[in-house]
Design a protein around this ligand. Structure first.
Ligand SMILES: [Cu+2]
Length: 290
């Protein structure tokens, strides 16, 4: 009963406190508001994981027009920062900027190789995850808590080992405040149009489709977060891509480097995944050796 009332309160208090990814930094350099990013005018979520809207948004939430024709150059291995705000026309002193604090959940980034990053047809693309941040079990803090502490900014790295060329960067928050049943989890995502330069091109990542990568029954999508969680499983398994994979423990801020033999060896991964779920909350490809 207590859980139900908390959920209802969270819903009622934040029905419109959504968010939009609207700016990208490359190695700390601001690329400009909405430059190379397909962002809707309305900040509402996608809730149907089987909808094409789960790819890059823009369906039920039509894109702000005109959509940027820019393709952002990103050196392979670069550090990029995504910046989120509550609305496109962000007002000062908004207590729900970058997102309402109730909207707890993971933050995830994917890439898909494309011929032309300005092509608006995003169906049929194959995506690979390059970053995820979920729950820190020790203090029950979420990626979204860290996002708010960082004033809407999420920093991660573009892998150095992938093919150069044009990609879509799908950057996503999954808000779990109403996720006890499905549909309920709120998916916020925008896609940035990037051109990766200088990649070594030696690795072929394991990919997933959107829609298809997520399911309404996934334990990371249908979940009651109003309880102490001993683990949290971020949707879609994280596959090793480059040789070096960093496990970054938020509670201690120490990093571990783990070698993985194969970039797509799902069989060898469960042990690390288990360790990750219980100890680590963030995964990130490493651009150079630690
Ligand atoms: Cu919201």
């Amino acid at each position: 009963m207590k859980v139900v009332s908390l959920t209802a309160a969270a819903l009622a208090g934040s029905a419109s406190a959504h968010t939009i990814f609207q700016k990208l930094y490359v190695n700390g350099v601001d690329q400009g508001q909405l430059t190379g990013i397909r962002a809707p005018d309305y900040d509402g979520p996608i809730t149907d994981v089987t909808s094409n809207d789960i790819i890059c948004n823009g369906g039920i939430n039509p894109y702000h027009q005109p959509v940027s024709q820019a393709v952002i150059d990103v050196p392979a291995g670069a550090t990029v920062t995504a910046e989120w705000h509550h609305t496109l026309d962000q007002q000062p002193n908004d207590p729900t900027d970058p997102i309402d604090a109730s909207h707890k959940g993971p933050i995830i980034s994917y890439l898909a190789k494309v011929q032309d990053a300005t092509d608006m047809d995003v169906t049929g693309l194959q995506w690979f995850k390059i970053y995820e941040d979920g729950l820190t079990v020790s203090d029950q803090t979420w990626a979204v808590d860290r996002l708010i502490a960082n004033k809407g900014k999420v920093t991660f790295q573009i892998p150095s080992c992938i093919e150069s060329g044009q990609y879509l960067l799908r950057h996503e928050i999954i808000a779990l405040h109403a996720a006890s049943s499905y549909p309920g989890a709120q998916f916020y995502m925008e896609c940035a149009q990037i051109n990766i330069t200088g990649g070594s091109g030696s690795k072929s990542p394991a990919t997933v489709p959107f829609p298809g990568a997520y399911h309404g029954t996934d334990p990371g999508i249908k979940i009651n977060i109003y309880q102490t969680l001993n683990n949290y499983t971020i949707p879609d398994e994280f596959h090793a891509l480059c040789e070096d994979l960093v496990f970054s423990a938020t509670e201690s801020r120490k990093s571990h480097q783990t070698s993985v033999n194969s970039c797509s060896d799902r069989g060898a991964f469960p042990e690390k995944k288990m360790m990750y779920q219980t100890t680590y909350d963030k995964r990130q490809f490493l651009l150079s050796s630690v």
